[in-house]
Design a protein around this ligand. Structure first.
Ligand code: KIV
Ligand code: ZN
Length: 503
């Protein structure tokens, strides 16, 4: 059943049409152009740039893409109505993806027409578009829930009217790989190039697309990151890399651009990826477990099916409770820290304890733990003795702090836009005689959910050329911010003292 060899496969990218139909996603004409340019560099064969009839802005976007004179074929989605085709013609596209619904559910309940009407619309509009110089890919919506004889009748008459390719959409993701193989295999008997278009309602879009290609389909419809309505479409990067690595089948895609293009699409659409997304997710090449990291350090293939470089991604080792000793040793060496076995064991234990508390262990934490264990941390020059905050809907957030700076007490007050800002203003005033510290970055994250969540504050401070990071995790956002800020100040002052003593 699986014996047919795959020939090279064409990639029809519908990120800018089906992908843009993702709830909440709407791209400006310029954003469409930016994505289309990258898709062209990536090497897709067809860019479905949108649906010309949709709006003025959509037409502007499609026209911008057309005017770039890209290598890819530029296509517009159209329904089987002449106004849609005229709008596509007005945009100057090379081809149209002309779609008619073929299932009785769609014909009767959505269109409120008959099968004969649908066939007539498909044939008339195909002829009209071909007569106006467009290449037509005739597509059947909900084809996998359609009567197969009727479906093939629509395609046959469409081909006679001039359609050069046909596409069968698994609109609500009803196929299984076995059904897809049979279904697309039968359509291939019509002797024109067939497109596979699969949705991911059951998480099978990629598997079904591969099965359709395996059965002889020439082209696959995909979106970057698999974005699309409901559970989305088959993802470009997963289909392409499965073809490349598992089936040894070529496409024109420059695989090394996959990660970069994925990030651009995520940023412009606002559809950010789950970390464990295949190929392009942040964890796709990340290793934490001791056994895995140790294996990967010795030979990457032990726990990586492909190299991250092949898709333009990067290998990452994560420090956490599953970390093994060889990865931790590596990280410490990279940080320029030399430790004997006894000190190493202490650091190892403290990293594991932090992990057990459910905390992410960052490089900042590891450095702080290692410096503490190695006795490299100087005495804190600045300590918080007291902090009082007044805040509410009728008062300006105000903070007063008492700091001990080199054993001398210093009292200061500050106002700010909020209580955290007020506390930082007061501390900056109190230390102004010892250092002029600028807050460069401030990130807050909640480690757990709920109003009693642990708050993770990471900051970056600057004093002249010196930049340091500091972090604190506490239930109280003000105390976490103040502790991180004072921790950073102490690092800067320790560095200053060291430099002065070296002079
Ligand atoms: O999934 C689908 O049915 C489609 C068509 C409207 C082309 O995207
Ligand atoms: Zn679709």
């Amino acid at each position: 059943m699986w014996g047919i060899a795959l020939l090279d496969v064409r990639i029809f990218d519908t990120t800018l049409r089906d992908g843009e139909q993702t709830p909440g996603v709407s791209l400006t004409p310029d954003e469409k152009l930016r994505i289309a340019t990258r898709l062209d560099e990536l090497g897709v064969d067809v860019i479905e740039a949108g649906s010309a009839i949709t709006s003025e802005g959509e037409r502007e976007g499609i026209k911008k893409v057309v005017s770039e004179d890209l290598s890819a074929e530029i296509c517009s989605f159209t329904r089987a109505v002449k106004v849609d085709i005229d709008a596509a013609l007005d945009c100057g596209v090379d081809s149209i993806h002309l779609v008619v619904p073929t299932s009785d559910i769609h014909i009767e309940h959505k269109l409120r027409k008959t099968r004969e009407d649908v066939k007539r619309f498909a044939v008339e509009c195909t002829g009209y578009a071909v007569d106006h110089g467009l290449l037509v890919e005739l597509s059947a919506e909900d084809s996998t829930r359609s009567d197969f004889d009727f479906l093939t009748q629509v395609f046959k008459e469409g081909i006679e009217a001039g359609a050069k390719r046909i596409c069968a959409c698994d609109t609500v993701g009803m196929l299984t790989p076995e059904k897809a193989y049979k279904f697309y295999g039968n359509l291939c008997k019509l002797n024109v190039p067939v497109s596979v278009h699969c949705h991911n309602d059951f998480g099978l879009a990629v598997a079904n697309s591969l099965a359709g290609l395996r059965a002889g389909a020439a082209q696959v419809h995909v979106t970057v990151n698999g974005i699309g309505e409901r559970a989305g479409n088959a993802s470009l990067e997963e289909v392409v890399m499965s073809l490349y690595s598992l089936y040894n089948v070529k496409t024109k895609i420059n695989t090394q651009m996959l990660y970069e293009v994925s990030k651009i699409v995520a940023r412009l659409t606002g559809m950010y990826l789950q970390p464990n997304k295949a190929i392009v997710g942040e964890n796709a090449f990340a290793h934490e477990s001791g056994i895995h990291a140790d294996g990967v350090i010795k030979k990457a293939e032990t726990y990586e099916p492909i190299t991250p470089e092949l898709v333009g991604h990067q290998r990452r080792f994560v420090i956490g409770k599953h970390i093994g000793s060889s990865l931790l040793k590596n990280r410490l060496e990279e940080m320029g820290l030399r430790v004997d076995q006894e000190k190493f064991d202490q650091i190892f234990r403290r990293v594991k304890t932090l992990g057990d508390m459910g905390k992410k262990v960052t490089d900042i934490d590891l450095e702080a733990i290692a410096e503490d264990v190695l006795g490299l941390l100087p005495e804190n020059a600045v300590e918080l003795e007291e902090l009082t905050i007044v805040s509410g809907n009728k008062v300006m957030p105000t903070a007063s702090v008492k700091l001990k700076i080199d054993d001398k007490e210093k009292l200061e007050a500050g106002v700010g836009v909020g209580p955290v800002d007020a506390a930082i203003v007061a501390i900056k005033k109190a230390i102004k005689d010892v250092a002029d510290i600028q807050l460069e970055e401030y990130h807050v994250d909640s480690v757990t959910g709920g109003t009693d969540a642990l708050i993770d504050v990471v900051i970056k401070l600057r004093n002249g050329d010196k930049i340091v990071s500091a972090r604190s995790i506490q239930a109280d956002i003000i105390m976490a911010s103040v502790e991180a800020f004072i921790g950073g100040i102490n690092r800067i002052l320790a560095d200053k003292k060291l430099k002065e003593s070296e002079r």
